[in-house]
Design a protein around this ligand. Structure first.
Ligand code: NAD
Length: 290
């Protein structure tokens, strides 16, 4: 690092809390070093209270871009100058660009496109498919909207009746009004409808985080009959690499099981492209980190 950073080095930030566990700083710094790009990426512990000042700091210091994670993905929107069409539709931002350090901040969302690319890299296309999803929080909304934009035929979202349910209703409305995809929302407590929906889908996506600590022993599917040899099961969680759901799906003969590592990698790769204009060396990063 000391050999790399000098007076010309440009800074990219990550603002979120908690954030010390994140793989993003290592991923981006290794990619900068590999390509010989004069950037450094640093994580800053920033919550909603510090957010306004942090965004002013990005402008004042000419920080060239920033990733944004919880709890700031929605809260940052009022402080930005412009949103990409996808960020506007999703209502959340995970990447901010500050072109030439001039202070005009544009918000993008790369979680949905990252997830779609992760599926494509595994040979899975959402176009013309019926997709069942659980979860409509930050990750789920971005995935649902991108899947609809990428031509999914039907998106059937199931959510528990918690504070995210209203957001899920809005997501379904946005998809139906703005895309050719037909979206529906059903309470996950209707297990008959959930199982029926999966039986008619080629892809099941779990975007709830169930399967990650502290719910690492839980899975939203426990009935072997739900898993079919032509069903793809995608879980956005990447720690652990194989959640209880993915293990269950693999052991019961699902066509393919995919964890959240690819989504993590490709949302980062797209952010990297926004920051630097260069392609992240994804194979190198994959080998190094995954
Ligand atoms: P969030 O809190 O915004 O949304 C969580 C969703 O899950 C909501 O729809 C909620 O209603 C639902 N939910 C919560 N507990 C549930 C339960 N017990 N049963 C059924 N549904 C439940 O969270 P988020 O930011 O969307 O993150 C969700 C998961 O996605 C996390 O595990 C996060 O680590 C992961 N994630 C992965 C990536 C990646 O790149 N792979 C990116 C973003 C988020």
């Amino acid at each position: 690092m000391t050999e790399r950073i000098d007076g010309h080095t440009l800074l990219i930030s990550l603002i979120a809390t908690p954030i010390r566990h994140s793989l993003s700083p290592t991923m981006h710094n290794e990619a900068f070093a590999k390509l010989g790009l004069d950037y450094a990426y640093m994580a800053f512990e920033v919550g909603n209270e510090e957010l306004k000042d942090a965004v002013q700091g990005i402008r004042a210091l000419g920080i060239r871009g920033s990733n944004v994670s919880m709890p700031n993905k929605q809260a940052i929107i009022p402080y930005l100058d412009e949103l990409s069409p996808a960020a506007k539709l999703v209502g959340a931002v995970n990447t901010v660009t500050n072109k030439d350090g001039k202070g005009h901040l544009v918000g993008h969302v790369t979680d949905g496109t990252g997830a779609m690319r992760a599926l494509k890299e595994e040979g899975v296309e959402v176009k013309d498919q019926i997709v069942t999803m659980t979860g409509a929080g930050g990750a789920g909304t971005a995935i649902a909207i991108q899947a609809a934009l990428d031509g999914a035929k039907e998106l059937r979202i199931f959510n528990i009746n918690d504070q995210h349910y209203k957001n899920a209703e809005e997501t379904v409305k946005k998809i139906n009004e703005n895309t050719d995809c037909t979206a529906t929302l059903t309470d996950l407590s209707d297990q008959t409808a959930f199982k029926q929906s999966i039986s008619e889908s080629s892809i099941y996506i779990d975007a709830t985080g169930v399967g990650m600590k502290p719910l690492q022993e839980e899975s939203l599917i426990n009935d072997p009959e739900v898993i079919r040899p032509d069903l793809v099961v995608f879980d956005v969680v990447y720690i652990p690499k194989e959640t209880k759901l993915l293990k269950f799906a693999r052991e019961n003969g699902a066509k393919k099981t995919i964890n959240g590592l690819g989504m993590m990698l490709y949302q980062g790769a797209e952010a990297f492209k926004h920051f630097t204009g260069e392609d992240m060396p994804v194979d190198y990063i994959k080998e190094l980190l995954f």
